[in-house]
Design a binder for this molecule. Sequence first.
Ligand code: C2E
Ligand code: MG
Ligand code: MG
Length: 843
Amino acid sequence: MSIKKKLSVFFTLLVLCILLANNTLHYIRSKNRLIEFNKKEITLVTEEIAYEVENSKNSASYMENRMAQELRTASIAIQDSLPADYHDVSNDQLKRLAKKLMISHITLLAPAGDDIIGVKSSDPKEINMSTKEWGYWYTSFRQLLSQQTITTKKGVTLPHFWSGPIEVASSNPNHIDKWGYYYDGSTNYIIDPYFRDRHVLDFEKRFGPTNVMNRFTENLEGVLELTVFNPKNFGKRNQNVYLNGNKYIKIKDQPIWYGTYTYRNTERDKKSIQEVLKTGKSQSYLAEINHKKVLKTLVPIKEKNTPAYVIGVVYDYGLIEKELQQELIKHLLLSLPFIFIVLIISFIFSTSITRPIKHIMEHVNQIAKGNFGKVLNTRRKDELGGLVANINHLSHFLKTYVDDLKKSQEESEYHAYHDFLTGLPNRRYFKEQLNRRLIESKEKSIRHVAVLFMDIDRFKDINDTLGHSKGDQLIQLIANRIKECLPSANSFLTRQGGDEFVILFSDFTPEEVKGITEKIMAYVQQPCYIDNDEVFVSISSGLSFYPEHSTNLDTLITYADVAMYASKRQGGSKVSIYHDSLNKKQAEKVHIETRLRKAIQKGDIDVYYQPKIEAKRNVITGVEALVRWNDAELGFVSPEAFIPIAEEAGLIQYLWEVVMKKACSQVSEWNKVSDEKMTLAVNFSPRQFQDPVVLVNEIKHFLSLHRFDPAWFEMEITESTLLMNAEETIKALHLLKKYGISISIDDFGTGYSSLSYLKKLPIDCLKIDRSFIQDIQEDYSNSEIAQAIISLSQSLKLEVIAEGVEEEYQKAFLMKNGCDHMQGYLFSKPLAAEDFEEAFLNS
Ligand code: C2E
Ligand code: MG
Ligand code: MG
C-alpha cells in the first residue's frame, strides 16, 4: 500500500476512532444524564405521589369524619323513626328508612348471649351476622352498649356514636362499606346505618391518590405504571379474614394500596422493597416485563404519622434507548461532514507529503542508477526540505566522488601504462604493444619488428652531479629528443624506468632501424642545457630483431638489453645488434662475479705496483697499487672487466680492503729500506663514497694499522666520485686532507668537472687520462687536451701527472710542457711486489 493511501487510511481510522470514542463517551454521558434525569423525575413523581397519598389520606380521614357525622345524624333520625325494641322493627321498614335517609343500608345490632348480632337489616346478609370475632369492632360495640367511653382509638367517636374505618364488608366481601354505630340506651339495639360501595368509592375516586397516579401515568412521558406498595404484605401470602362464612382481605392488609401492578415481577420487587426499607434508599433495576424493557424504581416513603410504604415507578426504558439512539444518530450524522472534511484534509496533507516523497524517490532512483549531480528544487523549509537538501548534497558529493574516482581510475590506468616523468608508455604498455605488433606481424605478414634498447651512459653520475630534479629534467629532455627523431608511424617509444628507453619498430628494415638509432644518438649527444648547466650526454643502444633473433617477446626485449650492455662495455655511445656471443658475455659476467667472490674468500686477489716517475730526476716518487686477479679457471681478468662487476655485486669494499692491507704493508716495508720514500696511490671506487664518514674512519684504521704515514698516501678518485653525493664527499675529502692524505683526480678530462668547481675542492693533483696521452702523436699533434690540462693544473696550482705514457716523444712532450710526473709502460708495467723489488729496489 502506498504511503499516500496509508496516510489517508490512517487519518480516517484515527478520526473514526476519535469520533467513536467521542460518541461512546457522549452516549454513556447521555445515558447517565438521562438516567439521572429519570431518577430526578422519579423522585419528583414519587414525592408528588407521596404528598398526594398523604393528602388523600387526610382528605379521606376528613371525609370519613364527615361521613361519620352524616351517619350519626341518620342514626338519630332512625332512632326517632323506630320503636325502642327491635322486635317491633321489620326489615322492610329499615329498607324504606334507608332509602328515605339516602344511605345504603340500616342494620340493627343487639346483644345475644356473649355475642352481638345483626337482628334486623335492610341487607339480608347482615341478619344474624355475628360480630363476636370482629376484634376492636366488637370491643367498641360492647363499650357503646355499656355507655362507656370508647377506647379502641380507631374510627370516629362522637357522643353515643362510634364509626369504624372504611372496610370490606365481612357480611359480603364484594362490598366496601362505611358504618356508623349509635346507642344512647333508649333502645335495645345499636343502630348501624352505612354507606356502601358507590358512596364510599366515589369519595375515594374523587379524593384518593389513584387520581393523581393516573394523572402522572398519563401525563408523564415514559411512566407506564405507578404503584403504592404495602411493604408489610407485598409478596406474602394473602392475610385473609374469615368472618360470617366469608373470606376477604382487610383494606390495610392489601399488598397494593393504590395504583396498578400490571408490570409484575413479584419476587424481584419483593426483594427490592425489602432492600429499600432496609437502606432507606431507592432501588432501580432494568427488566423486560410484559414484552417491554422497563426501568423499575422503588422509592421508600416515610411519613411521620403513617407507617412506611414504597412507591413503584415503571419507566419505559425503550424511551431512554430511543432517545439515546436518536442522540447517537444525530451525533453520527453530525460527524459525517467532519469525517468528510478530515478525509479531504488528510488527502491534501498526505499528497503534500507523498508528492515530494515521490519526487525524492524518483531522484533517489536516478542516483541509484548512477545519474548523480541533478538538483531537486524545493522551497520547503521542513524536514522534507532538509531531506531534499541532503539528497542534493549527497548527489553532488557522489557526482564529485564518482568523477574523482573515474578520474583517478583513468589516472591510475594511465599511470599503469605510462611513465610518470615523461608521460611515455611504460614497460607494461610496451609489452602489450610488442605482443600486439608480433601478432599483427604474423597476421599481416609484416616482415620486420625491431626492439631498440637505449640507456644513457653514466647517467648515475650525471644524476648525482646535477641532483635528482635536474636529472629528471634531463630524462625528459632526452625523451623529447628521441621522440623527435622517430618516424611518426610504426614506431613506439617507451620508458622502461631509470634512464632506459625502449623503442618498438614495425615494418622497418634493420638498416632503417639502425639509421634511426644513430640519428637519435647523434641528436642526444648535442649539448643539453638544464637551467644554467651544460650537460653532455651519450647513449648506449642495443637492437634485436623479430623474427631473426627470436619470436618470443620477452626474449626479444632481453636481447636488445644484452646488446645495449655490449655497447656499454665498449665504452658507451655505441649501437650493438644482438648476436648470440653477447648473450654469452652476460653469462660470463655472472660467472666472473661468482669466481671473484670465491677469489676474495680464498685470498686469490693480488696487488701490482706501477711506479710513478719524476722524469727530470728519473726517480720513482711513488707507486699506484692496482688490483690483480689471476683466476685458475678464467686466467687473468682485467680490473676493467671485474671492477664494474665487483661494484655492481657489492664486492668493491672487500677488494679495496685487500688492496689496502697488502699495499700499505708492502709499501711501508719498502719505504723502511729505501733511501727515497715512495707515495702509495690507491684507486677508490665512487661507490665507496656512499658513506664518506665511514670511509674516512676505515682509511685511518688501515693507515694506523700499518703505521703508514698519511703524508705518503694518495687517493685516486675519478671526477664522477667528486660530483657524487657532493657535499658529503667534499666534507670527507677535507677531513682526509686534514689528516695528511693527498687526493688525485684520476682519468682527468673524461668527466664533467667544471673548472670553478675544481678550484673549491681539496685536491692536490690532476692525473691526465691515458687516452689523451696516447692521442699525442710524434709530431705533438692531438696534444691539445693534454696541454690544456697541464695549463689548467698550473693555473690552479695543482700537481699534474700523465698516465699511459708509452712513448719517448710523449714523455718529451710532457716534460716540455711542464708535466714532470709520469706513469706508463714506458717506465714500467704494473708489477708484482717481488718483480717491483727486483726491478727497482734491489739496484
Ligand atoms: P687507472 O687507475 O687509470 O690505472 C691505470 C691503468 O692504466 C692500469 O690498468 C694500468 O695497467 C694501465 N697502464 C699503465 N701504463 C699504461 C700504458 O703505458 N699504456 C696502457 N695502455 N695502459 C697503461 P689496470 O691495472 O688494468 O687498471 C685499470 C683500471 O682499473 C684502473 O685505471 C683503475 O681505474 C681500475 N683499478 C685498478 N686497480 C684498482 C683498485 O685496486 N681499485 C679500484 N677501485 N680500481 C682499480
Ligand atoms: Mg688509477
Ligand atoms: Mg687512470
